[in-house]
Design a protein around this ligand. Structure first.
Ligand code: UDX
Length: 436
């Protein structure tokens, strides 16, 4: 099938390459010439495992092309719109500038019977507002939210947990859902749940899923706060409650909390939208989820200050991690970098290292010192703080080895990802988050 994908960021670039990899003819369209130049050469403009391979393959086969020219969308049977919906500069609501621009740009090239599939995370009600404009061209709008996780984006796109299609009522909607099923044929054939619903439900599925995940993380981080004043161990607590299948262990990782391009801004946008709808109180708890999340960053900074006897000025702190999570070079709303910036702000001599995110981090926070080599960051550090749980720190950093690099014997585990007993046995003072 011939497809167009409008927006070639994390979502769109992966979607375009993944759709080409399952046999479709895809054109990816973006206004950013630099991004398009890289993609045209088969190069991923950001770090995402598995993407370079399918990108290069798609481009080489001729079934995957990229352009800045919206007219290239003409003739595609399905047009995916996957542009960003960042947080507004002066508030919590989602900024729909890019969504509106994408639809404005696309509408002139639509033909009778085309499907426009919105994938961006939008405030509930957006699709209903766009549908008449799409309908006026003879095309049909569906809302088809994306649930991919960075670091697993290729797998999540090719083999998702579920597919959701918000469609208009009646025959037009049935036809649209059936075309979308054809697009996703390999997953549908494997039995992946394909949920056909209305626009509002489809839009809400996405924000509700993210709100739930954020709530799970902040719940366990709230328990970490209680553990910290009672001597309990939040990781054992998470293991124990996680055995209850109704609760589940995943997303109960206590630490410095969630960040990235989705969870923080999506829960804020959801709160803002609920308020507009006169239902702010229904999701008032999301404000608390956000507050708990941000408090954990304070806690990590405080642990470092306390560990150094209350004064960090000119003390050497090795910050291991900058990306908001491992397997990503994304530093948007990264708790890791936030902790580094704050320690730097207190006058500490901070050295930040990360296997993938240094270039992005340096662009946004040039005031910090970055070292590509982990051991160089560790050398002579008074305190080591792990803020992104890359394997390089979690599995491939034996305490005995770090002991050869520094006399400082204090380690703060901002992700509860280290073996506390092993570090203590090697003579280190270990501080976890919500652990004694
Ligand atoms: C998330 C959703 O998982 C995905 O479905 C949606 O499409 C986009 O937002 P992503 O932002 O890629 O995906 O990252 P995710 O793996 O969900 O992690 C989000 C943040 O939560 C990270 O900062 C991570 O470190 C943190 N986290 C995750 C925890 O602090 N504890 C956990 O137990 C799990």
């Amino acid at each position: 099938m011939k497809l167009s994908v409008i927006g070639c960021g994390y979502l769109g670039a992966v979607h375009a390459a993944a759709m080409a990899s399952i046999g479709h003819e895809v054109v990816g369209i973006d206004i950013d010439q630099r991004k398009i130049d890289a993609l045209t050469k088969g190069e991923a403009p950001f770090f995402e495992p598995g993407l370079p391979e399918i990108l290069a393959e798609g481009v080489a086969s001729g079934h995957l092309t990229f352009t800045t020219d919206m007219a290239a969308a003409r003739g595609a049977a399905v047009h995916f719109v996957g542009v960003g919906t960042p947080q507004q500069k002066d508030g919590y609501a989602a900024d729909l500038t890019y969504v509106n621009a994408a639809f404005d740009g696309l509408l002139p090239y639509l033909s009778e019977g085309d499907i426009v599939a919105g994938k961006s995370t939008v405030p509930v009600g957006t699709a209903a507002g766009l549908a008449p404009r799409v309908g006026a061209t003879g095309a049909t709008l569906v809302w088809n939210p994306e649930f991919l996780r960075e670091g697993w984006a290729v797998q999540d796109t090719i083999d998702p947990d579920r597919l959701v299609a918000g469609v208009p009522a009646g025959a037009e909607g049935d036809r649209a859902a059936s075309i979308l099923r054809d697009v996703y044929h390999p997953s549908v054939a494997k039995g992946t749940p394909f949920i056909v619903t209305d626009y509002a439900t489809a839009e809400l599925v996405k924000v509700a899923a993210n709100a739930f995940l954020a709530t799970k993380i902040s719940f366990i981080n709230a328990m970490a706060e209680i553990a910290e004043v009672t001597g309990a161990d939040v990781t054992q607590l998470a293991d124990a409650i996680g055995h209850d299948a109704r609760i589940g262990r995943r997303f109960l990782g206590a630490g410095i909390g969630f960040g990235g391009g989705c969870l923080p801004k999506d829960i804020r946008a959801f709160s803002a939208r609920a308020e507009e709808l006169g239902k702010g109180e229904s999701v008032a708890f999301l404000r608390e989820i956000d507050a708990i999340n941000l408090r954990r960053r304070d806690r990590a900074v405080q642990l470092a200050v306390d560990a150094l006897g209350g004064e960090v000025f000119e003390r050497k702190i090795a910050v291991l991690g900058a990306a908001f999570k491992p397997h990503s070079d994304d530093i948007r709303d990264s708790p890791a970098l936030d902790v580094a910036v704050r320690l730097h702000g207190l006058g500490a001599s901070v050295r930040v290292t990360d296997p993938e995110a240094i270039a992005n981090a340096r662009r946004i926070h040039p005031q910090l010192t970055y070292v590509a080599d982990r051991d160089e960051a560790l050398r002579d550090a008074d305190v080591v703080i792990v803020v992104t749980e890359w394997d390089e720190y979690r599995r491939q950093m034996p305490p005995e080895h770090v002991s050869t690099l520094t006399e400082g014997r204090i380690i703060i585990d901002g992700r509860n990802c280290l073996d506390a007993a092993a570090w203590r046995a090697a003579g280190w003072t270990y501080y976890g988050m919500g652990r004694p």
